[in-house]
Design a protein around this ligand. Structure first.
Ligand code: GLN
Length: 506
C-alpha cells in the first residue's frame, strides 16, 4: 500500500484555514468527519460482533433447535477461518483503496457488501450461510482498514488531537460491539422472542436468522449515516489522481491473500502447517535482525511484535468460540435474579474497554517518559491474557459440580481487556513509528495479518474445548496459560535486544 495514515492527507487540507468547520465541530471539538466515521464504524462493528456472537452457537446447536448441528471442532475451524479471512483481506482492501477507488468509496462498497452478507444469513440454507460469511469477509476487508486510515486523514500531520481522535474512534468500535450481542442474542436465543414469533404464526426455530438480519439492519444504518453525511468527508479518502492502475499487482495481492487463506485452511487437517508458518516467522525475524541497516533491524522488531500479537489474539479471540461455549454450557447466566442469553457475554469485553480506556489514557499521560517501553507493554499484555486462562483453571475444575457462577467470566474479560489495552493500541502506534516511511501502509496491513493468523490459531485451539469433562477442560486452560506465559517470559528476556533493534524508538 502506498498511502499511510499520515501521508493520506490530501494536500488541500493543509491549505484549509484552521477556523474552517472541516477541522472542528465534531465530537469533543474534533473534525466533523470524525462523528460520521464514529457512527459508521459503530454500526459496522455492531453488525460484525452481533453476528459473531451467534456464529459458534448457531453452528453447534442441534438442528431440532434451529442450528446447523456441527461438532465443536468443525465449528471452531469454520469460525477461525472466517475471522482470519476478515482481517487478512484488509491487505487487499487497503491496496484497492490506495491504488484504485480511494478509501471513501472503498468504505461505501465494503458496507454494502457486508450488509448483503448479513441479510444472506437471514435465510435458512447452508448456501446462504456460507455465502454470507464470504461476503462479510470481503466487505470488511474493504471497509475496516480504510475507515481507520480516513480517521487519520482528518488531521493535519502535526495535529495533536490525532491520538485522541483514534481513542474516540475506538470507543465507537466498542459501543457497537457492546450493544450488538444484547440485541442479536435476544432475538436468537431468548424464550420471549421465540414465543413472540410463534404468536405471529412464524417458525420460532428461525430465531437465529432474526439475529443475523438484525446485524444487517445495523450495517444498513451505518451506510445511511455514511451517505447522508458524506459532505463532511468530501476532502478525504479520494481515489489516486494518476491514471496508472496496477492491475497486475492487484492480481498478485489477491492471489497471495487467497493462497494464505487456503494454506491456513488446510492447517485444520494438517496442523504441522501452523508450526511451519510459525517457524517461517522466526526465520524472518533473524534474517532481518542480522542484516545491516537500521530499517532491516526495525523490520525485525516489527516482526517480533507481530509474533507476540499473533499469540495474544490466539487466546483473546477465543471469546466467540471456546469462551462462548463455556458461557453457554457451564456458566449460570444470571444477574440480579434474571437469566440472560449466553451470547450477551460477548458484550463484557467492550464494557471493560469503555471503562478502562480512560484509565489507561490517564495513566500513560501521568507516567509520561517513565512508562514501560512498548516491548515491555507487550510482555505485560501477554502476561495478562495468560492470567485470564489461569483464572479459568479453578473455574474449569468447579464445573465438575455443575454450572459455575458468572464472576469467573467477568474476571476473565477484565484480565483480557487489561491485556488488550497494553497491546492493541500500543501495537498500532508502534507500527506507525517503526515502519520505514514508504512502508507504513504495508506495515499496517501486516499488523492486521497478525490478528488474522491469531484468529485462525484461536479457532484451532478452541477446537480442543471439551465441556463434558472437568479434568480435560482444566488441562485445556492450563496448557494454554502455560504456553502463553512461557512466550511472555521469552519476550521479557528479549526486551533489551528488541529495544536495540528498535534503535531509539520507544
Ligand atoms: N476489537 C478491535 C476491533 O474490533 C480490535 C480487533 C483486532 O485488531 N483484532 O476493531
Amino acid at each position: 500500500m502506498s498511502s499511510t495514515p499520515g501521508s493520506l492527507l490530501p494536500t488541500d487540507l493543509t491549505a484549509v484555514p484552521l477556523t474552517d468547520p472541516i477541522h472542528s465541530g465534531g465530537i469533543g471539538g474534533h473534525p466533523r468527519g470524525l462523528t460520521t466515521l464514529f457512527f459508521t464504524e459503530m454500526w459496522e462493528r455492531f453488525s460484525y460482533y452481533g453476528m459473531r456472537a451467534l456464529l459458534t452457537l448457531f453452528m453447534v446447536t442441534a438442528a431440532a433447535r434451529g442450528g446447523l448441528e456441527f461438532d465443536t471442532k468443525k465449528a471452531a475451524a469454520i469460525y477461525g477461518t472466517y475471522t482470519m479471512s476478515v482481517y487478512l483481506l484488509s491487505i487487499l482492501g487497503g491496496f484497492i483503496a490506495d491504488n484504485f477507488i480511494g478509501a471513501r468509496r472503498a468504505v461505501l462498497c465494503g458496507g454494502i457488501v457486508i450488509a448483503c452478507g448479513h441479510f444472506a444469513m437471514a435465510f435458512g440454507s447452508q448456501a446462504t450461510f456460507f455465502g454470507g460469511l464470504v461476503l462479510i469477509a470481503l466487505g470488511t476487508g474493504l471497509l475496516k482498514p480504510n475507515i481507520s486510515t480516513m480517521v487519520g486523514s482528518l488531521y493535519r500531520p502535526a495535529d495533536e488531537r490525532r491520538d485522541a481522535g483514534f481513542s474516540i474512534f475506538y470507543m465507537g468500535i466498542n459501543l457497537g460491539a457492546f450493544l450488538a450481542p444484547l440485541i442479536t442474542g435476544y432475538l436468537a436465543q431468548s424464550a420471549g422472542w421465540k414465543t413472540q414469533l410463534a404468536a405471529w404464526g412464524l417458525n420460532p426455530l428461525h430465531s437465529w436468522h432474526w439475529g443475523f438480519a438484525a446485524a444487517g439492519v445495523g450495517m444498513t444504518l451505518g451506510l445511511i449515516v455514511y451517505v447522508a453525511q458524506r459532505g463532511r468527508l468530501a476532502h478525504v479518502g479520494l481515489a489516486p489522481a494518476d491514471g496508472a492502475r496496477p492491475w497486475k499487482k492487484l492480481g498478485l495481492v489477491g492471489l497471495a491473500s487467497l493462497a494464505l487463506i487456503a494454506t491456513m485452511y488446510a492447517s485444520d487437517d494438517h496442523p504441522k502447517i501452523i508450526l511451519a508458518v510459525f517457524a517461517l516467522q522466526v526465520v524472518a525475524v533473524l534474517g532481518f535482525a542480522f542484516r545491516p541497516g537500521q530499517d532491516s533491524k526495525r523490520i525485525a522488531a516489527i516482526l517480533v511484535f507481530f509474533i507476540a500479537a499473533e499469540i495474544f489474539w490466539a487466546i483473546f479471540e477465543q471469546s466467540g468460540s471456546s469462551i462462548t461455549l463455556f458461557a453457554d454450557r457451564l456458566t449460570r447466566n444470571e444477574a440480579f435474579g434474571h437469566s440472560f442469553p449466553s451470547s450477551w457475554w460477548q458484550s463484557v469485553n467492550s464494557i471493560w474497554v469503555i471503562l478502562l480506556a480512560p484509565v489507561f489514557a490517564f495513566m500513560w499521560i501521568r507516567l509520561g517518559p517513565r512508562q514501560p517501553s512498548s516491548p515491555l507493554k507487550f510482555v505485560l499484555g501477554l502476561l495478562f491474557v495468560a492470567l485470564s486462562f489461569v483464572l479459568m483453571v479453578p473455574a474449569a475444575r468447579l464445573t465438575a459440580e455443575g454450572r459455575v457462577g458468572p464472576f469467573w467470566l467477568v474476571g476473565l474479560y477484565f484480565l483480557q481487556t487489561v491485556g488488550e489495552m497494553l497491546l492493541s493500541p500500543v501495537g498500532l502506534s508502534t507500527m506507525t513509528k517503526l515502519a520505514p516511511q514508504r512502508l507504513v501502509g504495508l506495515v499496517m496491513g501486516i499488523w492486521f495479518l497478525a490478528a488474522a493468523l491469531g484468529n485462525k490459531l484461536a479457532g484451532a485451539l478452541a477446537g480442543e474445548f471439551k465441556s463434558e469433562s472437568a479434568a480435560e477442560l482444566t488441562t485445556f486452560f492450563w496448557h494454554q496459560a502455560i504456553g502463553v506465559g512461557l512466550c511472555a517470559l521469552a519476550l521479557f528476556a528479549l526486551v533489551p535486544w528488541v529495544r536495540r533493534l528498535m534503535g531509539g524508538v520507544r
